[in-house]
Design a protein around this ligand. Structure first.
Ligand SMILES: [Zn+2]
Length: 475
């Protein structure tokens, strides 16, 4: 009897992670690098929800999408977009099938952790002027002092005039900074002689914004007044106007290649611009087919998806009702929910890649690796699968079969954010769409430094996400 070829059997039966750079040919690698150039440009234009929405509308228009408000009816092949309150965006390509028969749906988010200015942010202390901030999303506070920050956003002046602010992006602009204590004075010893370090607190996240006083003895806070004078002369802003402002401090660093081989990108806001960009490109590049395809960029994910522009908002139902009516179906809620029930969806969000310096928190058998492809997260959540959205086994099989058709789509399957049981975890918008009776699975790009001012992603994983989303839209 011939000896069994176990080497071959091993290849056939066991699961191995692939290193994309070892699988792709040179042509595909080149495509991935060129795709990343467009992505970096997008990152630099879209650091806030408003800016991302604006950049998304531009991409939509360049690809033949029309504002849904200007459309009288919809038929096969039509492309429309809808911007919701300037902070969320939906794009749709109409298929041949009735919309109530379902659609392909990819949803990602365009908000990233940052520092919001408080409602009365401006104060003076020790002849210096500061802005107080309130952090947005899950951050490690110690990462935000001593880096150059830019201010982005809008202020609504009396009468409703919208004033846009963007300071710190141009190389000639000033920047702002949260200070930190020097190490020499940051080592008081405790009762037992142990060294105690001061932790950065939420109320320590104050931006230094000025130091020259007005030239007037009788004014109490001269530097603060000088800042107000500048803001009033330049933008018409008074102290009272900060309450009607949305001003965000974000890292002013631009997206840059990382590594000698330039295979990685370090940038602010990969979470979740990377999936958002891949998804909108996938929609724009995918061929028209039977089913309607929808790409949603959503706000408020980092703080629980609450609010009018978040994934729990009814504006999504409203948009589907509009699609139904414009395409000749009744826009009643029953049809909207029928469309959701028949839909297939991807929640496109990032996850953590195994960082060799912090291996202990990962379940190394199932955790994602950078450069090993797009990550399908079968389930998210934490603890005993609390706040979990879990894709059905059947749906995971279906998506895998779609991805497997293209040998260049390398992907890995994970769960629980790659973390060991009871060692953290996290949620995505998938659960809010699953609650609408949708078949949905998470699929995105693994990162290092998630939620830090600068995050790291692989160009190979980005391109795999794009190819994967495109395949999903087309099949
Ligand atoms: Zn995210």
């Amino acid at each position: 009897m011939a000896k069994k070829n176990y080497k071959k059997l091993e290849e056939q039966l066991t699961l191995k992670k692939k290193n994309i750079w070892e699988v792709w040919d040179d042509k595909t690698k080149k495509e991935a690098f060129s795709f990343a150039e467009g992505y970096k440009e997008f990152l630099n234009q879209a650091k806030t929800e408003r800016e991302a929405t604006r950049a998304g509308i531009l991409i939509a228009k360049q690809n033949g999408f029309k504002n849904i408000a200007e459309v009288k009816n919809l038929k096969f092949g039509d492309k429309v977009y809808y911007a919701h309150r300037n902070r969320s965006l939906i794009l749709a390509t109409i298929g041949k099938e009735k919309i109530s028969n379902g659609f392909r749906f990819i949803m990602s988010h365009i908000d990233s952790p940052h520092l919001d200015l408080k409602v009365t942010p401006l104060y003076e202390e020790e002849n210096l002027a500061f802005f107080k901030t309130h952090y947005y999303g899950g951050i490690k506070k110690y990462q935000w002092p001593t880096i150059a920050l830019a201010l982005h956003g809008v202020v609504y002046l009396a009468g409703g005039k919208e004033m846009e602010i963007n300071i710190g992006e141009d190389i000639n602009d000033p920047v702002f900074m949260i200070t930190d204590l020097l190490p020499h004075l940051d080592r008081p010893t405790g009762p037992g002689g142990e060294i105690r370090k001061r932790e950065v607190q939420g109320e320590d996240l104050n931006l230094l914004i000025g130091s020259i006083p007005v030239n007037e003895k009788n004014v109490k806070e001269k530097v603060k007044l000088a800042v107000l004078e500048y803001l009033f002369n330049k933008y018409g802003i008074k102290e009272d106007d900060f309450a009607s402002a949305e001003l965000e401090a974000v890292p002013c660093e631009k997206a840059r290649d990382l590594g000698f081989d330039r295979s990685l990108i370090c940038a602010y806001g990969h979470d979740d611009s990377i999936c958002s960009f891949a998804a909108i490109k996938a929609l724009a590049d995918s061929k028209n087919n039977e089913i309607t395809k929808i790409c949603v960029w959503i706000d408020r994910e980092e703080i629980g998806s609450e609010g009018a522009t978040g994934a729990q908002s009814i504006f999504i139902e409203n948009f589907i009702a509009n699609l139904l009516e414009l395409s000749g179906e009744e826009g009643k809620i029953k049809n909207v929910y029928a469309a959701f029930s028949n839909a297939k969806a991807i929640s496109a969000d990032v996850c953590a890649g195994v960082d060799p310096d912090y291996k202990d928190v990962f379940d190394l058998r199932s955790a994602p690796r950078l450069g090993a492809g797009a990550v399908m997260e079968k389930y998210t959540g934490a603890g005993g699968k609390v706040h979990t959205s879990e894709a059905s086994a059947k749906f995971v099989r279906e998506i895998k079969d779609i991805l497997n058709k293209n040998k260049n789509i390398i992907y890995q399957v994970s769960g629980n954010l790659g973390a060991k049981v009871d060692l953290g975890g996290g949620g995505t918008i998938a659960m809010f769409m699953a609650n609408r009776d949708m078949d949905i699975v998470d699929m995105g790009v693994p990162l290092f430094n998630m939620h830090a001012p600068l995050e790291i992603a692989s160009k190979a994983d980005l391109y795999c996400a794009y190819l994967g989303y495109k395949a999903f839209f087309e099949n």
